[in-house]
Design a protein around this ligand. Structure first.
Ligand code: RTP
Ligand code: MG
Length: 138
């Protein structure tokens, strides 16, 4: 069993897509083992996306990620890192496969509704960024 971090980004929360995203995970047989709603500060968003700090889109991404509340979840399942990325679709919704969350709901390359960890190392970092072990219930 593997775990990954999922975020419903501010656009997804503002557009009442929390239930829709969760429904897709549950329908796919993925288990939600932790969940919380929070509003990131600039410092918290910068720490989370530190790998992107030299990218040209970093400042815009920080403005977006701090613009409203998000929902953070820990997902559990077999190959769940890749499984979640498949359900999300490509970063750019125009390139995302049909039936994916981003293809169906993203409005912009940045405002793409969800985040998912991309590797075991990033999943471990990102899960511990938001949750302590007592908050994860398998
Ligand atoms: P994420 O980390 O949020 O799951 O998305 P990802 O792996 O598919 O994409 P990544 O390359 O890690 O980029 C992180 C987020 O930054 C925004 N972005 N904006 N303006 C742009 O060209 C651009 N490129 C990326 C998106 O919100 C992307 O999900
Ligand atoms: Mg990424």
């Amino acid at each position: 069993m593997e775990r990954t971090l999922s975020l419903i980004k501010p656009d997804g929360v503002a557009r009442n897509l929390i239930g829709e995203v969760i429904k897709r995970f549950e329908t796919a047989g993925i288990k939600i083992v932790a969940m919380k709603k929070l509003h990131l500060s600039r410092k918290q968003a910068e720490g989370f996306y530190a790998v992107h700090k030299e990218r040209p889109f970093f400042n815009s991404l920080m403005e977006f990620m701090t613009s409203g509340p998000i929902v953070a979840m820990v997902l559990e399942g077999e190959d769940v890192i890749a499984h979640n990325r498949k359900l999300m679709g490509a970063t750019n919704f125009k390139e995302a496969e049909e039936g994916t969350i981003r293809r169906d709901y993203a409005t912009d390359i940045e405002k793409n509704v969800v985040h998912g960890s991309d590797a075991p190392e990033t999943a471990a970092f990102e899960i511990s960024y938001f949750f302590n072990s007592m908050e994860i219930v398998g």
